[in-house]
Write a protein that binds this ligand. Structure first.
Ligand code: COA
Ligand code: AMP
Length: 630
């Protein structure tokens, strides 16, 4: 069956379609119905089934005779080490780790924060939680202690699992002081911390709270897989929204197993046993879905990569790994390919490696610009598939279903909606737009299995953020259009979320931090175009009356504040002091207009602007740092 037939079959009877797909995973008790409608546009899938996520990702492959197959290849060009773990070994490592947690009282429904770098133990921590029915929340290592504290307060973990350090090129990131500081800042305190001592930089353990990862497993029994309901949360993953408080996206267990398993063949075109590699980080949704869960659920070998596209040691790292481990499908963010392209424009490194085993390159996480796609197509001589999704959905909304039927690629479009997603382009009043017309991208409810049913402890916020603007639809926060052939084009965010090097960040969160500086009276942060990172944040600061310190000093303090309070990942390097911010008469800051000015794009003077002269001041400030060229 091709794409169109499959999509039509789903659309004709979504519940029957997803009941069929449910049979591809192992249930303890299969669900008797697919969808539960709770009213108010709130839905859940497979609510009355019983299942275990770790069993589906690990144990079942061992039981089916694939115990000797590799489950994980850890390749760390930073340490120079490669480690290979079979499914049997993974099972043993996870069941004892889960046993250590269980022995300390961690059980079904408890939350566990995981703060770890790109090492196999990060996946093992996630799987150990899944084994017990504990709900994990992984926090990206590039976030500062304050962001970790915010997440600890929100999900109130019984335990935290962390490593002593992460390794960035040329820099050891000491996780332990960040963790200690986060726990000190947080109102909620975990009962225990399980700490993996990395030989590159071991840390001090706090007696009575911290346990050594392996010591804690001694004398523990291996833990069995605990059954959880199909709609039971597998994990919480915090993502950026409009305000500073991150949103805790809830991932339901049954739906995520079924949907992720579907994507591995139909989108990524891999069969069990094939090596699949997503070069992202376990701290992001791509890492949850495609470094950890999906490849393992589907019986693939997953590559855990601790390195960067360039500089570890060179722009050939991706291609070396693809050859060495025989990667069939490779997934990364466009920014990573841009980094490689900038370093190796003629593709000399690509020529050094045998990439004959690679079938396709998949890009997501931000808009894939045509230059990057075309460069990769030409230099790799492989299909390059852009696909569009979000933390909220956990997998592709629109993509090219290469395993089902590879559709013609239209550069600039992530291709077509996947079964499960009824995508519409709407105007501000919620009316459908014609093909080719821009509008807000909305998805008709219910969303398919595996997508978020709510936000952690915040159903009102969930409804307000996603379900209110267009009744009966999920509001994606993206704007774009659909062409006559049903191909989607994703053009921009409709909110204050920006995308820096494939990392989703909130300008609102950055503004809150800047506003906390004692000399800052008012501020705005916007995402300006960046050739490498897609977007990069620029802050505008209006100082309080009477402040006469050097502007450069205040700007530097603001840059440091964001690094200390949000983290290096915000990549916030530029703050400009200006007299005033451009606003509408009702006081709304004209951020979109500021972006257009910075990017030297034409813009319409907003009819409601209070004082157009301010735009000239903004332009002059931007020109001093090389933006807003005429
Ligand atoms: N722990 C601690 N710090 C981290 C970190 C982590 N896990 N990840 C990134 N950082 C730090 C970096 O060291 C850097 O710090 P610096 O300001 O001291 O240099 C900062 O955060 C910004 O990092 P990054 O965005 O990675 O920028 P970069 O300039 O180091 O590298 C790229 C640029 C394009 C090579 C890099 O962004 C990249 O590989 N992007 C791929 C993105 C990706 O996979 N996204 C996942 C979504 S699909
Ligand atoms: P995240 O939740 O971090 O995965 O970020 C999701 C957001 O990244 C989306 O809402 C889009 O704004 C953007 N995004 C992700 N993939 C794409 C893509 N293929 N094309 C354009 N934008 C994308």
């Amino acid at each position: 069956m091709g794409y169109r037939e499959t999509y039509d079959r789903w659309k004709a009877d979504p519940e029957a379609y997803w009941m069929d797909q449910a049979a591809t995973i192992d249930w303890i008790t299969p669900p008797t119905k697919a969808l539960t409608d709770h009213g108010d546009n709130l839905y859940e899938w497979y609510a009355d089934g019983m299942v275990n996520g770790c069993y589906n990702a690990v144990d079942r492959h061992v039981e089916q005779g694939r115990g000797d197959q590799l489950a994980i290849i850890h390749d760390s060009p930073i340490t120079g080490k490669i480690e290979k773990i079979t499914y049997s070994q993974l099972k043993e490592r996870v069941e004892y780790l889960a046993g250590a947690l269980l022995a300390r009282g961690v059980e079904k429904g408890d939350t566990v924060v995981i703060y770890m770098p790109m090492i196999p133990q990060a996946l093992e921590a996630m799987l150990a939680c899944a084994r017990l029915g504990a709900i994990h929340s992984v926090v990206f290592g590039g976030f500062a202690a304050n962001e970790l504290a915010v997440r600890i307060n929100d999900c109130k973990p019984k335990a935290i699992m962390a490593a002593s350090c992460g390794l960035e090129p040329g820099r050891v990131v000491e996780y332990k002081p960040l963790l200690d500081s986060a726990i000190e800042q947080a109102d909620h305190k975990p009962e225990l911390c399980l700490i993996l001592q990395r030989e590159e930089h071991p840390c001090e353990l706090i007696e009575g709270r911290d346990l050594d990862w392996y010591e804690a497993q001694k004398d523990c029994l291996p833990a069995a897989c605990f059954p959880v309901e199909g709609n039971f949360p597998a994990y919480i993953l915090y993502t950026s929204g409009t305000t500073g408080a991150p949103k805790g996206v809830v991932r339901p267990t049954g739906g995520h197993l079924v949907a992720l398993n579907w994507t591995m063949k139909n989108i990524y075109n891999v069969d069990p046993g094939d090596v699949f590699w997503a070069a992202s980080d376990v701290g992001w949704v791509v890492g949850h879905s495609y470094i950890c869960y999906a490849p393992l659920i589907h019986g693939n070998t997953t590559v855990v990569f601790e390195g960067k596209p360039i500089g570890t040691p060179d722009a050939g790292t991706f291609w070396r790994i693809i050859e060495e481990h025989n990667v069939r499908s490779f997934f990364t963010a466009p920014t990573a390919i841009r980094a490689v392209k900038r370093e190796d424009p003629t593709g000399e490194f690509i020529k050094k490696y045998d990439l004959s085993g690679l079938r396709a390159l998949y890009l997501a996480g931000e808009r894939a610009d045509p230059d990057t796609i075309e460069w990769a197509q030409e230099k790799l001589d492989k299909p390059v598939f852009d696909h569009w999704w979000q933390t909220e959905t956990g997998y592709t909304i629109a993509g090219n279903p290469a395993g089902l039927e590879a559709l013609p690629v239209k550069v600039g479009s992530p291709t077509v909606p996947m079964p499960g997603y009824d995508v519409h382009i709407l105007d501000e009043a919620g009316h459908p737009q014609k093909p080719g017309e821009l509008g807000a991208i909305a998805i008709k409810l219910p969303l398919p299995p595996g997508t978020l049913p709510t936000l952690w402890g915040a159903t009102d916020r969930f409804i307000k953020s996603y379900l209110t603007t267009f009744p009966g639809y999920y509001e994606t926060g993206d704007a774009g259009m659909m062409d006559e052939d049903g191909y989607l084009y994703i053009m921009a965010r409709t909110d204050d979320v920006i995308n820096v090097a494939g990392h989703r960040l909130s300008t609102g969160a950055m503004e809150e931090v800047l506003a906390g500086h004692p000399d800052v009276a008012e501020c705005a942060v916007v995402g300006v175009s960046d050739q490498l990172k897609g977007q990069s944040p620029v802050g505008f600061l209006c100082l309080s009356k009477g402040v006469d310190r050097p502007h450069a000093e205040i700007a530097a303090e603001c840059v440091k504040r964001i690094r200390d309070q949000i983290g290096p990942v915000a990549a916030f390097k530029t703050a400009l002091v200006v007299d005033r911010l451009p606003k509408t008469r009702s006081g709304k800051i004209l951020r979109a207009t500021m972006v257009k000015i910075a990017d030297s794009q034409p813009f319409k003077l907003p009819a409601t602007i209070d004082d157009p002269a301010i735009l000239d001041e903004i332009k002059a400030a931007l020109q001093e740092i090389g933006y807003a060229k005429d």
